[in-house]
Design a protein. Structure first.
Lengths: 263, 297
């Protein structure tokens, strides 16, 4: 085959919607006809020509699936997409989750659950035991529950208002499960959700000395590690790698992350 | 090991000839600290204007295969916040602090004068100002206005690759008191998605940086080197030690990097410098003076 003149792999390309799946009143998933090789925890940028571009987690890679909550201009627009409609996607970007140990504890806060289904499937293929903890303010904000119920995982659900599962925060069943682990060093917590929740989970994990991989959210602009818009400060517990001096106080979610590691 | 320290002027001594160019990480004090700790011998803030500019919607940039295209819509916190940011950078960097170059951008002579007087409060090590592309009269007036308002702070005129009569422009800036020339500012360009039948960036066009800018920058720096006697801060698509050597051979005294951080991470500073050092050693150069502008000797 003729060698391409230059590498256009990083540019946006056309994807076509194959199926639309309703998750809840405000959330649905688009399953594309095409696939995109990617790891759970990586993100993609979805462009609606003339409207704008927004980052989303990869919810499945083959075929590519994205889970969208109807919040904001772009998401509201994608909300109306039907089979046969086209959208433009580039990626995958960033560092995804790295499977580790024998027991995996997956924690999703609200829409933060969107990369965890893909992660659970990946971990199960590696014969890792999977516990899933889904938390939301209310039952109508939980996503992907039906999908997780179909998998051989232990599912824990919490809502702040008690409309489904245990009333309270997701950290309660998480802590109980950590306490019952036979070998903490051979387990890992994988979390995705709002910053405050991740700080809470990080502190909890630090108390028990359990490894964790946290996937951070931020408002992204360039997505290429240049503009600095998605810069965050990492928790005190996070150890700055020797080859990335200064990154603890200026960690780029798009390039250093979105996943941070202790293991 | 070759001697890498470079004396840009009586006031400014850099430990190596590689610095952070304007536009990358420059809207954040902690990212400037990260660049300094990663090996930048000086850091440059993002272009700041008199008033805060919020910037544009996404998409604001893309890798298009032979380089990058970016248009963030001049997003910056405004000069007053930039003064605060520079001070915060110095405080947070502590022992790792390196000289800071404050980049300013205005639409007319009066604004440039005002901006220079305001940014001076942060006592940057260099004030870098972006010159217009043509009109030698305006180029002279702007340079004189920045010079008059900068006090004892050295100033550097930043020239765009699209500048008409680039050598002459640099000469005008030197004659009006510029201490250095920064070259180049990138060239405008556009990405169009054929299937969407629309421009890709939200602002339609943007600035082309990365590898595709390098040959253009080398020609510009050559043209400037032949016209001026002041040091040139060279930039435009440098992403390896050999790129750096080429830019110095064309006439740059030091080299700035930006898009290389996308291609190689913040480690780009140390990696590029190591590659440059290997080149200097194998080719038998003893110091930077030997390589600077060598193609013209």
């Amino acid at each position: 085959m003729e060698k391409p003149l230059f590498n256009e792999g990083k540019k946006s390309r056309v994807f076509t919607v194959d199926k639309v799946k309703i998750e809840n009143e405000k959330t649905h998933s688009l399953i594309m006809k095409e696939s995109m090789q990617s790891e759970p925890g990586q993100f993609i940028l979805v462009w609606i020509p003339g409207m704008g571009e927004k980052p989303f987690s990869v919810a499945a890679s083959d075929p590519l699936m994205i889970t969208i909550a109807d919040v904001g201009k772009i998401s509201g627009q994608i909300d109306r997409y039907q089979p046969g409609d086209r959208l433009w996607i580039r990626g995958p970007f960033g560092q995804g989750y790295k499977p580790y140990g024998e027991n995996a504890l997956l924690v999703g806060g609200g829409y933060g659950a969107s990369p965890l289904l893909f992660l659970a499937e990946t971990l199960l293929k590696k014969d890792i035991n999977v516990h899933v903890f889904l938390g939301a303010r209310s039952s109508d904000l939980l996503i992907l529950v039906d999908e997780f119920e179909k998998l051989p995982v232990t599912l824990h659900i919490t809502t702040n208002d008690g409309t489904r599962g245990i009333q309270g925060f997701v950290t309660v069943p998480l802590e109980e499960t950590i306490q019952n682990l036979a070998d903490i060093q051979n387990a890992c917590v994988y979390a995705c959700g709002p910053k405050k929740m991740l700080f809470g989970i990080d502190a909890l994990c630090e108390r028990y000395g359990i490894p964790r991989q946290l996937s951070w959210e931020a408002i992204m602009r360039c997505g290429m590690g240049l503009c600095g818009n998605c810069k965050i400060e990492m928790p005190d517990t996070w150890k700055e790698p020797a080859d990335k001096p200064g990154s603890k106080k200026a960690w780029l979610v798009c390039k250093d992350g979105p996943t941070s590691f202790t293991k | 090991m070759p001697d890498f320290s470079c004396r840009l002027s009586d006031q400014i001594q850099l430990k190596t000839p590689i610095i952070l160019a304007s536009g990358v990480s420059g809207n954040s004090d902690s990212l400037l600290v990260r660049a300094a700790k990663s090996g930048a011998a000086a850091v440059t803030t993002k272009s700041c204007t008199l008033k805060y500019r919020p910037g544009t919607d996404n998409p604001a940039s893309s890798d298009w295969g032979c380089g990058l295209i970016t248009n963030l819509g001049m997003t910056n916190p405004g000069v007053d916040s930039m003064v605060y940011l520079i001070n915060a950078y110095r405080q947070k960097a502590a022992d790792s602090v390196v000289p800071v170059i404050a980049n300013i951008y205005a639409d007319n002579v009066e604004e440039f004068a005002d901006l220079t007087a305001k940014i001076k409060l942060a006592q940057p090590d260099i004030v870098e100002f972006v010159l217009p592309d043509h009109d030698q009269g305006l180029i002279a007036e702007i340079t004189a206005a920045v010079r008059a308002n900068a006090g004892t702070i050295p100033i550097s005129a930043k020239i765009s690759a699209t500048c008409v009569a680039i050598g002459k422009t640099a000469r005008t800036a030197q004659d009006k008191g510029a201490n250095f020339i920064t070259a180049v500012n990138p060239i405008p360009g556009m990405l169009i998605d054929a299937f969407a039948a629309k421009p890709f960036l939200s602002l339609q066009s943007g600035w082309i940086t990365g590898p595709s800018l390098k040959p253009i920058a080398l020609k510009c720096i050559s043209d400037i080197y032949k016209e001026v006697s002041i040091p040139i801060i060279g930039m435009g698509g440098v992403s390896s030690g050999l790129d750096m050597a080429e830019m110095m051979l064309a006439g740059a005294s030091i080299v700035g990097i930006g898009s290389a951080i996308y291609y190689r991470g913040y480690e780009a500073f140390t990696k590029i410098l190591e590659e440059f050092e290997t080149f200097m050693n194998t080719e038998g150069y003893n110091n930077l003076a030997e390589i600077c502008g060598k193609i013209w000797r």
